[in-house]
Write a protein that binds this ligand. Structure first.
Ligand SMILES: [Zn+2]
Length: 316
């Protein structure tokens, strides 16, 4: 745990002592307090949990997911939580281990009954041959950005429903009904997204960070290069020159960025290649209109269609 967080944990320990032990006991009829690491999961916990849950999210949507700052308020929320919902695949490795160590609430730690790891059962892509953080690799367990996969809503809702049911079996039927209603809405959205993607197979793009690889795999898009040398490693002049050469050779005319891309590098490559730059959401809440996971994915599709010059199906 880094020093700042250690100090914060000490301060919070005093606060918690003052609050007494009653915080961890759920009274009959009280809502389940769920802390989600990202707003995408918070949205889906709300969808499945409805009135039975009270949800907050650690990341609000504009942060660099690999560099979320742990705050005292996060420790307090986790200390009182019935559950923590995280993506996993090391996405939260920069802030969750320290918070879990400092929050004094074993229930929300791995192995606790309130720990929901939403990527359980998911097949990650880009898994390195050797598990290692050597060289600053931010994706040691494969690509963690599964929240931008069009199939992720369904996967997350399944894991969240299981987690909530394990915590409050008395509300099982209610959670299952809400989950199934969400599945029905997802099915409608997925059909619409498939209409966008009908024209996308083989379309080429360059991406700043490796956030959109699941989406590319599902739709047959070709990511011909990344501006980062590797996840978390800023572009070097040499690497940028290679990216420009690749884009020209591949006739790639689109660069996808997210809120925390380094846009001076992007501008340089766009100028040299005359490519269009499209800013895509990479988690809920960062860009207006992306408060819900379905809304965020809708915007990803709309913006990509505009960048590729392909059809945007009319809204029903
Ligand atoms: Zn990443």
């Amino acid at each position: 745990m880094d020093l700042v967080l250690r100090i914060v944990a000490l301060v919070v320990a005093f606060v918690l002592a003052a609050l007494s032990a009653s915080a961890s006991e759920r009274e009959a009829g009280a809502k389940l307090k769920v802390v989600a690491t990202i707003p995408d999961l918070a949205d889906i916990v709300r969808e499945v949990g409805g009135e039975r849950v009270e949800v907050s999210s650690i990341a609000k949507g504009k942060e660099n997911l690999h560099n979320v700052i742990a705050r005292p308020s996060h420790l307090v929320a986790l200390s009182k939580a019935d559950a923590l919902a995280q993506v996993g695949l090391s996405m939260e490795m920069g802030f969750i281990p320290g918070l879990l160590e400092g929050c004094g609430n074993p229930q929300v730690r791995p192995g606790g009954k309130g720990f929901i790891n939403a990527s359980d059962g998911w097949q990650p892509i880009q898994v390195p041959a050797v598990l290692s953080r050597q060289g600053g690799d931010l994706h040691p367990q494969g690509n963690p950005h599964m929240n931008i996969d069009p199939r992720a809503g369904r996967h997350f809702a399944t894991r969240v429903a299981e987690g909530l049911i394990a915590l409050a079996p008395e509300w099982k039927a209610e959670f299952e009904t809400r989950r199934d209603a969400y599945f029905a809405r997802l099915e409608k959205a997925e059909k619409r997204w498939a209409q966008f993607a009908g024209e996308w197979r083989g379309k080429k793009l360059v991406v700043y960070h490796q956030e959109y690889n699941y989406l590319a795999d599902v739709y047959g898009l070709a990511i011909v290069a990344n501006l980062e040398v590797k996840p978390g490693i800023q572009p070097t002049p040499n690497h940028l020159a290679q990216v420009i050469e690749t884009m020209k050779r591949e006739q790639c005319a689109v660069i996808a960025t997210a809120l925390w891309s380094k846009n001076d590098f992007v501008a340089r490559v766009a100028e040299a290649t005359e490519a269009k730059v499209v800013e895509l959401p990479n988690m809920c809440g960062g860009i207006p209109g992306t408060e819900t996971w379905i809304g965020m994915m809708e915007l990803v599709h709309e913006r990509l269609a505009a960048a590729f010059g392909t059809t945007t199906p009319p809204k029903q």
